[in-house]
Design a binder for this molecule. Structure first.
Ligand code: NAP
Ligand code: ZN
Ligand code: ZN
Length: 356
């Protein structure tokens, strides 16, 4: 029999979250049942909950959450990867076709059939809507569950499952490392992990933030340089400076101005998802053989690699822990760029576990 567990849901795109109950399926042979300890708040949750991407694919009532960390509570009878008591995580997707060339290459996030989102998607087997981590437990196929290494707290590990991998993957793909100059646009949830990871990879890191308000934090997180994008001098000084720029901002930017900061053969990777198109002039690329690219989270193997990398370097997210009743207020603060640097919901604030 499916079980009913406490969760948060928003009934519509302009409504506050409510405490509710959702169903979790009986574990299938390869399923892992996870007691969720912490769920990070990603800006994508806000875009989805407020239906800001105009794709009409926000399914209400919506229970977001794809930065999930917890403990295995039960396993299906054919599970081999995890055992009860293991520290585990779940990121942005919970299934994919496993057969297409991208899945076979370990790039499940680009599955040709379409990966199944941790929330807002539909289960391949029975078509039920998926529901995310703002809830007490979740049931996920073992092949889409990550191991959280000892040494990283579950609270600071949760945001790695989206923010961490979304920056790790392009930094690895475009070769961030010693001798490379990397800029991160926006010091929010994704951006602060980008600074930590790029620094740990050995790159020279510059933060491009709207103001200098977070300069001290940026340097503590590992930035070598910190510049305000509101200051025109920044663009005058940094022309053709960077090998790689990762844009984490989820709003339209003057992308030509940022492209001008790339050196010959440099790449600007958009990971932020502006709700509106971002125009650019072809000359911004042509003049210096530059590339404009995009990148989406990371595959399962790469996500495990990222978690192991973060554990080896002592990296977690910098978090502010909140109760389940504070999510609406936290959303407003994220939208106002008032987040240092990830809100994480303490799932124990749903109240006593039944039978615990
Ligand atoms: P976040 O915590 O809100 O951080 C975004 C940062 O961008 C802010 O802290 C702010 O930094 C800057 N910013 C915000 N509004 C701005 C504006 N109007 N102009 C210039 N800068 C602005 O958000 P997040 O959770 O890191 O997510 C960022 C974006 O990435 C979202 O669009 C999200 O949907 C997307 N995302 C994409 C992927 C992927 O796979 N590609 C994965 C996860 C999230 P400063 O104050 O330092 O300027
Ligand atoms: Zn996310
Ligand atoms: Zn596939």
């Amino acid at each position: 029999m499916p079980v009913t567990v406490p969760a948060l849901a928003t009934p519509g795109s302009s409504e506050p979250f409510e405490r509710t109950e959702i169903e979790r399926r009986d574990p299938r042979p390869h399923d892992v049942v996870i007691d969720i300890a912490y769920a990070g708040i990603c800006h994508s949750d806000i875009h989805m909950a407020r239906d800001e991407w105009g794709r009409g694919d926000s399914v209400f009532p919506l229970t977001p959450g794809h930065e999930i960390a917890g403990i295995v509570a039960a396993v299906g009878d054919q599970v081999t990867r995890y055992a009860v008591g293991d520290r585990v995580g779940v990121g942005c997707f919970v299934d994919s076709c496993r057969e297409c060339e991208n899945c076979l290459a370990g790039d499940e996030q680009y599955c040709l059939r379409g990966e199944v989102g941790t929330y807002g998607g539909h289960d391949y087997h029975d078509g039920t809507p998926t529901k995310g981590g703002y809830s007490r437990s979740i049931v996920v196929d073992e092949n889409y569950v990550l191991g959280i290494p000892e040494g990283i707290g579950l609270d600071v590990a949760a945001p790695l499952l989206c923010a961490g991998i979304t920056l790790y993957s392009p930094l690895r793909h475009w070769g961030a490392g010693p001798g490379k100059k990397v800029a991160i646009i926006g010091l929010g949830g994704l951006g602060h992990m980008g600074v930590r990871i790029a620094h740990a990879m050995g790159a020279e890191v510059t933060v491009l933030s709207q103001s200098l308000a977070k300069e001290e934090d940026g340097r503590r997180l590992g930035a070598d340089h910190f510049r305000a994008t509101s200051d025109p001098e920044t663009f005058a000084d940094l022309g053709r400076e960077f090998d790689l720029i990762v844009n984490t901002v989820g709003a339209p930017l003057d992308i030509d101005a940022f492209l001008s900061l790339l050196r010959l053969d440099g790449t600007l990777v958009n990971v932020g998802v502006s709700p509106e198109p971002i125009p650019y002039h072809p000359f911004s690329l042509i003049g210096n053989r530059r590339s404009l690219a995009g990148s989406k989270i990371g595959g399962i193997r790469e996500t495990q690699e990222m978690l192991d990398f973060c554990a080896a370097h002592g990296l977690g997210a910098e978090i502010e822990t909140i109760s389940v009743d504070d999510v609406d207020a936290a959303y407003d603060r994220v939208v106002a760029s008032d987040v240092r640097y990830r809100f994480v919901i303490d799932i124990s604030t749903f109240g006593d576990r039944q039978g615990a």
